[in-house]
Design a protein around this ligand. Sequence first.
Ligand code: SF4
Length: 279
Amino acid sequence: MLEEIQAKSILNATGGFLASYTHSLNAYQGCAFGKNSCPYCYVRAMPVQRYSGKVWGEWVKAKLNAPELLRQDLEKTRRKGQFGKLKIFMSTATDPYQGAEVRLQLTRKVLEVFASAGEFGLLVVQTRSPLIERDADVLARLGKRAWVSLTIETNREEIRRQITPASPSIERRLATLEKLTDAGLNVQAAISPVLPCDAEEFADLIAPRVSRAVVDTLIHGDGANGGRSTELGMPELLRRLGYEHWLEETAHLPLLEMLIRKMGVERVGFSQEGFNLLC
Ligand code: SF4
């Protein structure tokens, strides 16, 4: 269900997990990739969903005035002399490439505002959707100020089907990584949260396709030391599927080490520090 709304603000001061960024930007609220989408998604446990009275994955609100609000906010930061220091993470509580984006082009318009704005600090676009390929031209205009961070949790298609059945295939996402890198963009693979995978095979697929990779886990990356992942039923789900050893705190290490071996330590990050190293 899509609702088109007018928002009151668009750049929100951030902190916590993304402490090195100055603001988050969510041109959408909610996520309409389906109720079977991303069972680990911590937004499911946040007030925006808790008090929505709706099923997570089946609703999204589009902030139609997001590009105009952004133009105004960028102007304000320019007047305050903070423009060059802006470091923005888009998005923290939704995916900026919702299905509605095909028609509304809100994220594209937001990118165009950034591309015309001048020398701000940094923009990270976090998505799992191949639709971002459409905007490679605008992202290229942002040059080294922009990073694409694409979620890819495993190399194993059967795991993707079991755990995140509504998500784009592994093959499709690998193709997106490759296309964006070939287009000259800064591209990060966000293996977040890492799901059962084959360390060497996965690292071999990732290494040639990205500028950097960041690995995160259900324990380190949920902002509550695994508490939110437990609340969302992830340990139970992994146990039911027979992957209980992936609940161990060290389960991600073979992949992390393999990525470091193939890409070099300076191109691989882990959890909170890894996401903040872009700043
Ligand atoms: S795409 Fe992002 S916002 Fe949507 S359910 Fe998955 S993790 Fe959550």
